[in-house]
Design a protein around this ligand. Structure first.
Ligand code: SAM
Ligand code: DTB
Ligand code: SF4
Length: 340
C-alpha cells in the first residue's frame, strides 16, 4: 500500500487536519491493494479512521431512512445467483404483474408517515420495456409530488430511458456492481460487468444521482471484496449512495448455502466504504434482520448513515419499524429527515 496513505490512516493526530491529495498523482484514486490494506488494519485503527472521515462530512448521529417497494416481483430473465426473483431459481417467490399507481402512492405515503425520506421502487427486470417506462414515469412523478426523494432500480437502461426518468424527476437510480469484476462471472452469466458500468454511465450523464453498491458474503475473497469497493470509489465521481448488502440466503438460490462472513468483516467493509467514498451515503442494506442490534451499532460507528426502513425489502424481511425506531433512540440517533 502507498506508504503515504497508510501513514495517514494510522496517524491519529494529522497535524494539518487535511486529507492527503490521493487523486492528484494517479488517475485511480484507490487501488485494490490499498482497499485491501484498509481491511487488514487493526479493527480499532480502521474504525477510528472511518469515524474521522464520517465526522468530517456528516452528523454521525443522523441516519437516512429509505423505504423499498417491489413494484414488479419475480420471473426475472437474469440468473443472478443471489436473487430470489430470478426465473432460473425455484424459491417460492410468486410472480406479480406491475403494481397500480394508486397502490404505489399509498405505500409511499405510508412510508413518509413512518418517517422515511426516500422511496425506492424496484422491479425484477433485466431492463424495462417502453410500456413499463410509461407506468414508472407516472409513479416517479406521483411520489415526488409527495415531497419524497425518489429512487428506482429497474435493471439496464438505454439513453432514452435515463432521460425519461430524469425528466420525471427521479433523484437516484440504483444499479449495483454487486461484486468485483473477476468474481462477477461466478454469480451472473446473463449480463456482464461492462453492462452495469454502461448503465451507471448513462445515469450519470443524464444528471441523476447514482446509487450503487454490492453484496458481501457470496463466497468472494478479501481481494474481491476490496475490488468491489475500488471499482465504486474510482467511478468519476463515486456514487452519492452506496448500499452494502449482506447476502440474504434464500432457499432455492444457488447461494443459499454460502458461508457466513465474520460479522467484523462486514463492519470492516462498511468502514472501508466510508473511507474510500467520504461524502457518500453508505447504506447498511439487506441482511439487517439477521444482525444483532450491537452489530448494527458497530456499522453506524463504522460510518453507515442510511438504512432500508420498513418491514419488507423486495421479497424478504427487514426489521420492524418500531424496532428500528427504538434502536435509533437507544443510540441517541435520529432520522436525517427529522433534523431539517
Ligand atoms: N433487477 C434490477 C437489478 O438487478 O438491477 C433491480 C432489482 S435487484 C433485486 C437490486 C439489487 O438487490 C441487486 O443488485 C442486489 O444487489 C440486491 N439483492 C438481490 N437479492 C439479494 C439478496 N438475496 N441478498 C442481498 N442483496 C440482494
Ligand atoms: C440494494 O442494494 N438492496 C435492495 C435495493 N438495492 C433494491 C434490495 C435488497 C433485496 C434483498 C432480497 C429481496 O428482498 O428480494
Ligand atoms: Fe433480476 Fe435484478 Fe434479481 Fe438479477 S437481481 S435476477 S436482474 S431482479
Amino acid at each position: 500500500m502507498n506508504t503515504q496513505i497508510i501513514e495517514f490512516i494510522r496517524t491519529p493526530a494529522n497535524k494539518s487536519g487535511k486529507q492527503p491529495d490521493l487523486g492528484a498523482a494517479t488517475p485511480q484514486r484507490w487501488s485494490v491493494e490499498e482497499v485491501e490494506s484498509l481491511f487488514k488494519l487493526p479493527f480499532a485503527d480502521l474504525m477510528f479512521r472511518a469515524q474521522q472521515v464520517h465526522r468530517e462530512h456528516f452528523d454521525p448521529n443522523a441516519v437516512q431512512l429509505s423505504t423499498l417497494l417491489s413494484i414488479k416481483t419475480g420471473g426475472c430473465s437474469e440468473d443472478c445467483g443471489y436473487c430470489p426473483q430470478s426465473a432460473f431459481h425455484s424459491t417460492g417467490v410468486e410472480n406479480q404483474k406491475m403494481l397500480e399507481l394508486d397502490v404505489v402512492v399509498a405505500a409511499a405515503r405510508a412510508a413518509q408517515q413512518n418517517g422515511a425520506d426516500r422511496f425506492c421502487m424496484g422491479a425484477a427486470w433485466r431492463e424495462p420495456s417502453d410500456a413499463d417506462m410509461a407506468s414508472v414515469v407516472e409513479m416517479v412523478k406521483a411520489v415526488r409530488g409527495l415531497g419524497m426523494e425518489t429512487c428506482a432500480t429497474l435493471g439496464m437502461l438505454n439513453d432514452r430511458q435515463t432521460e425519461q426518468l430524469r425528466d420525471a424527476g427521479l433523484d437516484y437510480y440504483n444499479h449495483n456492481l454487486d461484486t468485483a469484476p473477476e468474481f462477477y462471472g461466478d454469480i451472473i452469466s446473463t449480463r456482464d460487468y461492462q453492462d452495469r458500468l454502461d448503465t451507471l454511465e448513462r445515469v450519470r450523464k443524464a444528471g441523476m444521482h447514482v446509487c450503487s453498491g454490492g453484496i458481501v458474503g457470496m463466497g468472494e475473497n478479501l481481494t474481491q471484496r476490496a475490488g468491489l469497493l475500488a471499482q465504486l470509489a474510482n467511478l468519476e465521481p463515486y456514487p452519492e449512495s452506496v448500499p452494502i448488502n449482506n447476502l440474504v440466503k434464500v432457499e432455492g438460490t444457488p447461494l443459499a448455502q454460502a458461508e457466513d462472513i465474520d460479522p467484523f468483516d462486514f463492519v470492516r467493509t462498511i468502514a472501508a466504504a466510508r473511507i474510500t467514498m467520504p461524502t457518500a451515503r453508505v447504506r447498511l442494506s439487506a441482511g439487517r434482520q439477521q444482525m444483532s442490534d450491537e452489530l448494527q451499532a458497530l456499522c453506524f460507528l463504522a460510518g453507515a448513515n442510511s438504512i432500508f426502513y420498513g418491514e419488507q425489502l423486495l421479497t424478504t424481511g427487514n426489521p420492524e419499524v418500531e424496532h428500528d425506531r427504538a434502536l435509533l433512540d437507544r443510540l441517541g440517533m435520529y432520522a436525517s429527515a427529522e433534523q431539517r
